[in-house]
Design a protein around this ligand. Structure first.
Ligand code: TYD
Length: 137
């Protein structure tokens, strides 16, 4: 499967009305996994690159709930860049995909949903090591 089919852009439903917008994300309904962990990244800027890892066990959905950032996604063979620039869109990044987040606007709040509790041992932080592991997949 190509990386764009695997790492899907998700458009969330807008439950907003004249009082404002409302986006609801329910595990296994609006995203393809049960949510076990939520974290958010802010106060980064356009000089910073975050991520720079792949995860052996974790699937993620990334959403800029405010501001903008970009995420470069690769499987070692193909890559693409997603601009996260609307609270109603997210990108699904399943396990064993390498990602770099960058170009954060000063107001960027990048919300991340994950299907695991944190375990530093399931992170692959060397791109060479990642390439070796995906070869044998
Ligand atoms: P890091 O993985 O570098 O963040 P990013 O997602 O931007 O790549 O994490 C920074 C630090 O925070 C690192 O010491 C690990 C810790 N951390 C946790 O303890 N739990 C978590 O869920 C995450 C994402 C990070």
């Amino acid at each position: 499967m190509g990386i764009k089919e695997k790492c899907k852009i998700i458009e969330f439903n807008d439950l907003g009305d004249e009082r404002g917008k409302l986006v609801v994300i329910e595990g296994n309904i609006s995203i393809p996994f049960e949510i076990k962990r939520v974290f958010y990244i802010y106060d980064s800027d356009n000089t910073i690159v975050r991520g720079q890892h792949a995860n052996r066990k974790t699937d993620f959905v990334l959403i800029n709930v405010a501001g903008k950032s970009k995420v470069r996604i690769t499987n070692g063979k193909e890559e693409f860049v997603v601009e996260l620039n609307r609270p109603m869109m997210g990108v699904y990044i399943p396990k064993m995909i390498w990602k770099d987040m960058y170009d954060f606007t000063p107001d960027s709040v990048l919300l991340v949903l994950a299907n695991t509790h944190y375990d530093g041992d399931e992170y692959i932080r060397s791109f060479d090591e990642y390439l070796k592991e995906v070869e044998v997949d």
